[in-house]
Design a protein around this ligand. Structure first.
Ligand SMILES: [Ca+2]
Ligand SMILES: [Ca+2]
Ligand SMILES: [Ca+2]
Length: 578
């Protein structure tokens, strides 16, 4: 469940789900709920914003990408910020500290390096961090050493670590920024470290310091100064997507109250409709205008960057050639531009039958062909824009064999934009540029260059839900063959306005990690690690100990989805490597 305009919280969800077993909240629970409610409301706003983005971009895999990208970013230095105790539970003025870690395997001399911004410190001469080792910088080193038994704690730093968030920077002896983090308590930042007694700890010690997704609440009261943040590491993570967001889901949009039976694993949903997430109702839009990704300028690689001279253009064929005519069609050759030509740049290059724009080539016809795909697009909506430069003449451009009448002569600058708006077909389309190298006198090179881009209406592939019902039901099934005892099932729902989730008939409950000591009661490897995963990610849901290998989540939507809605599930199986 996520996304409710009323600032829904878990107990409200209980009522939505008709779950009468929820105890009346104690005063402590009320306080916790208030905190959770505020956090939840932020998530609602974030989910809403994300939902609009999804609507706009039609990217069903957005959430997956979001999670994946953050972890792939790595710091470009070797000594980095690894753990921060900015709000100790007790004796805050004396127990703040920052832990650094050398991500490299060789020692790094950080003498003269400084810590700047929220706190200030200069490391003294002879400060060396061994490969893989930690360095702790404290506001009151003696106090921290007495409290922890640590030795060799650096400090004291000046300034303080604000509890609402701040920036910590690490600079080398020349003042160059080596690493920084702007921690906080909003958004994706875990809130556990804000006063509960645990630290803000980097989950993967080799990850970058910037993205909040790389940080979690420490599993240990007091954090782990001078030690691995998560000493259970040595554990191998493997992740499998069990239900993708864009796979077909079964759904019921009848508006009937299906009671509780629909959520059971054995429920027969064969009569339900099926369609891929994301689901939506409201205004039906035909699609969205998007760039055509398979159109390329001349002389660039598949990533759109200019190719080196003499490379073969992967997108443009020479189909007719007065020079070296033995074997067309062949891939056109990226050329050194003649001094009189518009110079090659990072976005496009000259192409032709030879690699040099400074040598003569035969007069005659040189035709260049490129193909692009309109799969997934409404071809009648396509528009392609051309800017060309040519030595000597572009006499016509053919789109799918039909002449467009586009012609141009000139090599010291691009033509103005020619726009093609009809003649497109579904699937593969072909553009052919017919050029002529005129006879001399004098030196007589020839070449062709084009900027080619276009747009078309992307066809909407998401599933429309009949407006009217206040409750929609969704089901999917998947098979999981790993060890459920070491598995966490994580759901990444994208919902407006609200949903309740079931797995094998049992209710999923959202975790609220607003009280980290609650997290700390989890002692087993499985649960402690699971909790970390939940705490460090937004919109993650707790798995109620699946007991058999076939897991059946279902959703029960209690409010009308006004925008795209959907979800995907992934599990993280964790197994000791040795
Ligand atoms: Ca503080
Ligand atoms: Ca640590
Ligand atoms: Ca020429």
């Amino acid at each position: 469940m996520a996304g409710d305009s009323n600032g829904d919280n878990d107990d409200v969800s209980d009522r939505l789900a008709g779950d009468s077993s929820s105890p009346l909240p104690s005063s402590e629970r009320v306080e916790e709920l208030a905190s959770a409610g505020a956090a939840f409301f932020r998530r609602v706003l974030q989910a809403r914003a994300a939902s609009h983005r999804l609507m706009k971009k039609l990217l069903p895999a957005f959430l997956l990408l979001l999670a994946g990208l953050a972890h792939s970013l790595r710091a470009d230095t070797t000594v980095v910020i690894n753990e921060i105790m900015y709000h100790p539970a007790t004796n805050e003025p004396a127990l703040e500290w920052v832990e650094f870690r050398n991500q490299n395997s060789v020692a790094v001399d950080i003498s003269g390096w400084t810590v700047t911004n929220a706190i200030q410190f200069a490391f003294p001469p002879g400060t060396i961090v061994r490969g893989g080792d930690f360095l702790v910088l404290a506001i009151a080193p003696a106090t921290l050493m007495a409290a922890t038994g640590l030795t060799n704690v650096y400090g004291p730093f000046t300034g303080q670590l604000p509890n609402g968030g701040a920036t910590i920077e690490l600079r080398n002896i020349n003042g160059r920024l080596m690493d920084s983090v702007s921690y906080g308590v909003e958004g994706d930042w875990p809130v556990g470290p804000d006063g509960s007694g645990v630290s803000l700890a980097k989950f993967d010690r080799n990850s970058a310091s910037g993205p909040p997704a790389n940080w979690a609440s420490s599993e240990q009261m007091g954090g782990t100064p001078g030690m691995d943040n998560f000493p259970l590491l040595g554990v191998v993570f493997s992740e499998s997507k069990l239900a993708r967001i864009d796979q077909p889901w079964k759904f019921d949009a009848s508006g009937s109250d299906l009671g509780a039976v629909w959520r059971e694993a054995g429920f027969d949903d064969s009569a339900w409709a099926a369609g891929p997430a994301l689901f939506y109702n409201g205004t039906v839009i035909a699609g969205e205008v998007r760039p055509i990704p398979t159109l390329f300028n001349t002389g660039v690689g598949t990533n759109g960057s200019a190719l080196p001279v003499s490379a073969r253009d992967p997108h443009y064929l020479l189909t007719v050639s007065a020079q070296n005519p033995t074997n067309p069609p062949v891939a056109a050759i990226v050329m050194v531009n003649n001094a009189g030509w518009l110079a090659n740049d990072t976005a496009s290059s000259w192409i032709g039958a030879v690699s040099s724009g400074n040598v003569n080539i035969n007069p005659g016809n040189y035709f260049f062909q490129t193909k692009f795909s309109l799969a997934g697009f409404d071809s009648s909506s396509a528009q392609v824009n051309l800017n060309v430069a040519v030595d000597n003449d572009l006499t016509n451009v053919f789109l799918n064999g039909a002449a467009t009448g586009v012609a141009f002569s000139g090599f010291n600058g691009f033509s103005s934009t020619f726009t093609l708006t009809n003649g497109f077909v579904d699937g593969t389309n072909t553009l052919e540029f017919q050029t002529v190298n005129q006879p001399g006198p004098g030196t007589n090179p020839g070449g062709f260059r084009a900027l080619v881009n276009g747009t078309a209406l992307a066809i909407l592939t998401n599933t429309f839900l009949r407006p009217g019902p206040t409750t929609y039901y969704f089901r999917t099934s998947f098979s999981f063959t790993g060890d459920v005892a070491t598995t966490v099932l994580r759901l990444h729902p994208q919902v407006a306005d609200g949903a309740v989730f079931y797995l094998n008939g049992s209710r999923f409950r959202p975790t609220t990690c607003s009280r980290a000591p609650t997290c700390l009661r989890w002692k087993s490897i499985r649960r402690a690690r699971a909790r970390m995963a939940w705490c460090s990610e937004r919109n993650c849901w707790r798995c109620l100990s699946p007991r058999h290998p076939s897991l059946w989540p279902s959703t029960n939507w209690r409010r009308r989805p006004t925008r795209f809605s959907g979800w995907n599930c992934s599990t993280t199986a964790r197994t000791r490597s040795t």
